[in-house]
Design a protein around this ligand. Structure first.
Ligand code: UT7
Length: 325
């Protein structure tokens, strides 16, 4: 059913991404913790990550990605009436990074807010924007995943510090007469909050508790593989589609072994799996739009393609967005 705008669908019309200038390789990490390039590549597929400069914040990374996405869509910031930033590493406690980004873009209308669903944040944000655009409430949304996870890592803990990096990815989502987002399926189960978290908080003018990331890697791995497979089947069944209809599979870029396990269980060939985790490590909410932008720009995702996006992360949160590009 068409919303008040008369356009029944919300479609991605442009993508953009940004990685900070400083690149930290696995070899560089060998000097910091007891690890090796061989271990990191074999266990995760990661070869390098990018680290934001001092004074470079989530909204700054997001700004670069949004400018690229707007240019790709043939739009300017004057067209934007909704900004959603998915992040777990906001510039400050408040206001939201979305409001700070809005000001940097020179936008002074519409709505702007952050979504906090950790590594599933981008699919949560995209699903939210889709509903607003299809309802006719907004016409042109920027949906962004942007993170500076380097700031919440314990750089002495080799089991976590080698896994994450900083970056941003963005899409322009517009009201459209042609199908774009076909469906979104979101899930959460807070009983798993303990296996992946950053438990510190601010109180009494100081940080209380530990402000660095903690993870039971094995438990996260097993749960991620299970829920991603279930969620992919749920998304395909809801659309009456099969695995063979998926032209590109873009899962959260945390570990190449998680992506290939799920793809194998589903029967998705390597050629249809988009993998960029080797270049930027796990950038949490930024990882899916980063990978999407790479695949759009190198031609693996083309107009008319059916694309399955899947996020999973702390909370626990997970979900799928199936779309026609
Ligand atoms: O966004 C969602 C968040 N995260 C994820 O999706 C991550 C999910 N989990 C994973 O990707 C994997 O579980 C890891 C990459 C974190 C770990 O891989 P693993 O194959 O499960 O290794 P492990 O934790 O079982 O560790 C194997 C060994 C251990 O040594 P011992 O106990 O066997 O002697 C670790 O101490 O590897 C050791 N180890 C390391 N060695 C070298 C752990 N980290 C490192 C390291 N370098 N950086």
């Amino acid at each position: 059913m068409a919303g008040p705008s008369g356009a029944p669908f919300a479609r991605i019309t442009g993508t953009g991404s940004y990685l900070p200038a400083r690149c930290l390789t696995n070899r560089d990490l060998e000097a910091l913790v007891d690890t090796t390039d061989e271990w990191i590549v074999a266990r995760t597929g990661i070869r390098q990550r990018h680290i934001a400069a001092d004074g470079e914040f989530t909204s700054d990374l997001a700004l670069h990605a949004c400018r690229a996405a707007l240019a790709a869509a043939g739009r300017t910031s004057a067209d934007v009436d909704l900004i959603i930033v998915a992040t777990s590493t906001p510039d400050m406690v408040f206001p939201s990074s979305a409001c700070l980004l809005q000001a940097k873009l020179g936008v002074a209308r519409g709505a702007a807010f952050d979504v906090q669903a950790v590594c599933a944040g981008f699919v949560y944000g995209l699903a939210t924007a889709d509903l607003f655009v299809r309802a006719g409430q907004f016409r042109c949304a920027l949906v962004v995943g942007a993170e500076v996870f380097s700031r919440i890592l314990d750089w002495k803990d080799r089991s976590t510090c080698v896994l994450f990096g900083d970056g941003a990815g963005a899409v322009v989502l517009e009201a459209s007469p042609q199908p774009g987002i076909l469906s979104s399926h979101l899930h959460a189960d807070g009983r798993y909050a303990g296996i992946l978290n950053t438990p510190g908080h601010v109180a009494g003018g100081a940080i209380q508790g530990d402000p660095t990331l903690k993870m039971d890697g094995g438990a996260v791995f097993k749960l991620a593989v299970r829920v991603l497979e279930d969620s992919a089947r749920e998304a395909l069944a809801a659309n009456g589609l099969g695995v063979s209809d998926v032209d590109a599979y873009i899962a959260h870029q945390a570990n190449v072994r998680i992506i290939s396990h799920v793809a194998k269980k589903l029967g998705i060939s390597d050629a249809r799996c988009i993998v960029t985790v080797d270049r930027h490590a796990n950038t949490s909410a930024a990882s899916i739009p980063l990978a999407l932008d790479v695949a759009v720009r190198d031609g693996r995702v083309r107009p008319g393609h059916t694309v399955l996006l899947q996020g999973v992360g702390g909370g626990f949160t997970w979900g799928s967005v199936l779309l026609k590009y």
